[in-house]
Write a protein that binds this ligand. Structure first.
Ligand code: HXC
Length: 515
């Protein structure tokens, strides 16, 4: 009997905590179209698998009237659970409790679950919904953030770290998501900025809304800070589950293999997806889908730097990371943003032993004053660094154009691609035939009776001699010129051959990538 009383008492205590900041605050949360922290965790994890810890932790602040304030769970929920049957560690800030603001105890709960995640080598998911550093706790709150940032860095490349922005994420708080691998945002709900509209108005006299400053679209389309955009929290949780089903649990575990539901028998004709005319655009995602199991492709940063496409797919059950020029956007040129986007994705795949498949069709780097002054040298170098540094199996397929620096940068043999395949229509050269003819045959064209006809003749001559895959194949820079319909078969074979790839690199503490 006595025991039952104690169990009832426990139940009551728990229920008090489950009420978070109280019914009024919960109502306000709902009015904003948001779920509560606990509802979010339940919705994301496999049903009934959430185990919560530190439910009774309290703050110890005394200043500014804090001494007699009891904050449910100190404004954050932590625990472990399962997603698709695999364990994950999770925290979710509770905006109904003091605006989800981060004090010392709140931070200690988060760092505790981060330590679990790292020690257990399981993915970490952080749901952010907070007004930032708890102002009443002063430097203790700042210390808390510092401890989180340090652990984000420590865990980087060891376990997947996922940030979900489901409310405000303001001030220095934004740097934890920025240090993690994937940031998920939801339209109209997510807001991320270092200084808010109020400060901007006061200091600079500029007017801007929170949405325009740091809403979900802004971070998906313009800043590149976010990787996945959803219309609703539920859609966002589906995306997270999908991502976790494709990537490994840690940097020593393999990604789960999955059998294809229907074997991909789609052999595709070069003319049906990729036009023979190298000036004609097409959607490279259709090429990717024609290569993957069940035509499934999970794109990362779909809305940012559309001239390059990156994401995960499976071939013969193996998860691979695709990096593909997108001729549909700016002819697939490389520029600052696309180099950053691809370099980061390559480093993720390399850290987690996910083989890289590169599909190449680009005219080179984007010329122009804006790009030069924006630092295209530094940004472009990130791509070279990431590919060169990567030791996972690297398979490159040259679909059409491979010109100039672009040829080298898109995982050429020279950056240690393991397999380089080219389609018969590929053009591998220093530059496009038109530009090349203008330079090397300038005199002949100018002296000709019919300069237009002479120019066409010289373009054709250049194409015949250089703009094909056979010169590179004759040097061994291309391993095989393949019928496009054999692309999937060739990639799958390369994956099977290289599953135990081992390479040695010089011993060093770490390199100095062009950050
Ligand atoms: C303490 C906070 C708080 C904070 C919100 N609250 N932010 N309490 N510290 N940082 C409290 C509010 O007082 C309020 O309490 C409750 O949470 C809900 O907040 P509201 O303002 O009513 O909500 P809303 O109107 O939706 O506005 C949300 C908001 C706003 C935009 C996030 O609260 C806001 O601007 N907060 C301050 C943001 C900020 O500047 N944070 C510090 C950033 S500096 P009551 O009791 O009234 O319900 C930082 C440094 C980190 O984080 C550095 C790391 C390196």
């Amino acid at each position: 009997m006595a025991k039952d009383k104690k169990v009832l008492d426990l139940q009551k205590r728990k229920e008090r905590v489950y009420l978070g900041g109280g019914t009024k605050a919960i109502e306000k949360q709902k009015e904003m179209g948001k779920l509560t922290a606990r509802e979010r965790v339940e919705a994301l994890l496999d049903e009934g698998t959430f185990n919560e810890y530190d439910i009774f932790v309290q703050h110890s602040a005394t200043e500014f009237g804090m001494a007699d304030k009891e904050l449910a769970g100190d404004g954050v929920i932590i625990g472990t659970g399962m997603i698709c049957g695999n364990p994950v560690a999770i925290y979710a800030q509770d905006f109904t409790v003091f605006g989800g603001s981060l004090g010392l105890s709140h931070a200690r709960k988060i760092t505790k679950i981060m330590d679990y995640a790292l020690n257990m080598r399981i993915p970490l998911i952080g749901i952010n919904d907070s007004g930032g550093a708890r102002i009443q706790e002063g430097v203790n709150a700042l210390a808390g953030y510092g401890e989180i940032f340090f652990r984000n860095t420590l865990a980087s490349g060891v376990i997947p770290q996922i940030s979900v922005i489901l409310g405000p994420c303001a001030g220095g708080a934004v740097y934890s998501p920025a240090l993690t691998d994937f940031v998920f945002v939801v339209d109209k709900i997510s807001k991320m900025f270092i200084t808010g509209p109020e400060v901007i108005r006061t200091v600079l006299g500029e007017e801007i809304t929170m949405e325009e400053l740091g809403g979900a679209r802004v971070h998906c389309e313009r800043t590149g800070n976010a990787h996945f955009f959803a219309q609703s929290e539920d859609e966002c949780f589906i995306q997270i589950r999908k991502l976790l089903s494709m990537i490994p649990q840690n940097n020593t575990a393999p990604a789960a293999q999955e059998e294809e539901e229907e074997p991909n028998t789609k052999t595709f004709k070069i003319s049906s997806i990729v036009p023979a005319d190298p000036t004609q655009p097409y959607d490279v995602r259709n090429v990717i889908r024609s290569l993957t199991d069940d035509s499934d492709f999970f794109e990362v940063q779909e809305m940012f730097a559309g001239n390059i496409v990156v994401g995960f797919g499976r071939i013969g059950g193996h998860t691979v990371g695709f990096v593909a020029n997108q001729p549909l956007v700016m002819a697939g040129v490389l520029d600052c943003d696309s180099s950053d986007k691809a370099a980061r994705f390559i480093r993720y795949c390399d850290s987690f032993n996910i083989p890289l498949v590169t599909l190449e069709d680009l005219p080179g780097y984007l010329p122009g004053v804006h790009q030069e002054h924006a630092g295209v040298i530094r940004h472009g170098a990130k791509l070279l660094y990431a590919y060169s540094e990567a030791t996972v199996p690297k398979i490159t397929v040259i679909l059409r154009k491979a010109y100039g620096g672009g040829y080298i940068a898109m995982c050429s043999r020279h950056l240690r691609a393991d397999f380089v395949f080219a389609w018969p229509g590929a053009e591998i050269a220093v530059m496009g035939p038109e530009g090349a003819a203008n330079i090397i045959f300038r005199k002949e064209i100018a002296d000709a009776e019919d300069p237009v006809a002479m120019r066409q003749e010289k373009i054709a001559e250049y194409k015949e001699k250089f703009a094909n895959p056979y010169v590179a194949a004759s040097k061994g820079y291309v391993d095989a010129v393949i019928d496009p319909s054999e692309t999937r078969k060739s990639i799958l074979h390369a994956l099977n051959v290289s599953s135990d790839k081992t390479v040695y690199r010089p011993t060093k503490k770490h390199g100095i990538p062009p950050f």
